[in-house]
Design a protein around this ligand. Structure first.
Ligand SMILES: C[S@@+](CC[C@H](N)C(=O)[O-])C[C@H]1O[C@@H](n2cnc3c(N)ncnc32)[C@H](O)[C@@H]1O
Length: 146
């Protein structure tokens, strides 16, 4: 959240939200609204209870769904801590649905071919910023290098 400079009122998605701890931090400590997408029903229930007992349920929602099916058009920040195969699968969805300037934060696994806008090397967290126009982030990267 610090690396992405999450601001109060911003919409943070946690794709593969697990027990919801990242969403609770986003809502409680950064004043964000948070949406968790989680495929395991038990994790969804635990995350909902965590948000409830942390006093942030009004700003947190949990979608018990496959993260590959979710519309991210209103996201300001997308947080993910996923296996590399899923990071790869989600890439076209991020490119086609995220609005210009949206930030993507990936824990542990970088996006191959994307130039990070920031790295927390100690915690292995990679920050990316979507290009000012919709389209391929790779094309944008190339254009900024020439
Ligand atoms: C490493 S955990 C990360 C949990 C949380 N984001 C965190 O940082 O504490 C990955 C989570 O992704 C979920 N997951 C895996 N594949 C998924 C999918 N296709 N759709 C939604 N969630 C998925 C898993 O059930 C697991 O809870």
């Amino acid at each position: 959240m610090e690396l992405a400079d999450v601001q109060p009122g911003e919409m943070v998605y946690d794709l593969g939200s697990g027990d919801g701890r990242a969403m609770v931090v986003a809502a409680r400590e950064f004043g964000a609204r948070a949406v968790g997408v989680e495929i395991e029903p038990v994790h969804c229930a635990v995350a909902w209870l965590r948000a409830l007992f942390s006093g942030v349920i009004a700003r947190v929602s949990i979608r018990c769904a496959d993260l590959r099916q979710v519309d991210l058009a209103d996201a300001d920040v997308v947080f993910l801590y996923l296996a590399p195969v899923l990071v790869d699968q989600i890439r076209p969805q991020l490119q086609s649905t995220l609005r210009p300037g949206a930030r993507v934060v990936s824990l542990s696994f970088p996006f191959e071919g994307w130039q990070p806008a920031g790295i927390d090397i100690g915690h292995l967290i990679f920050l990316y910023r979507m290009p000012p126009q919709r389209g391929s982030i790779e094309t944008y990267m190339r254009s900024t290098l020439t």
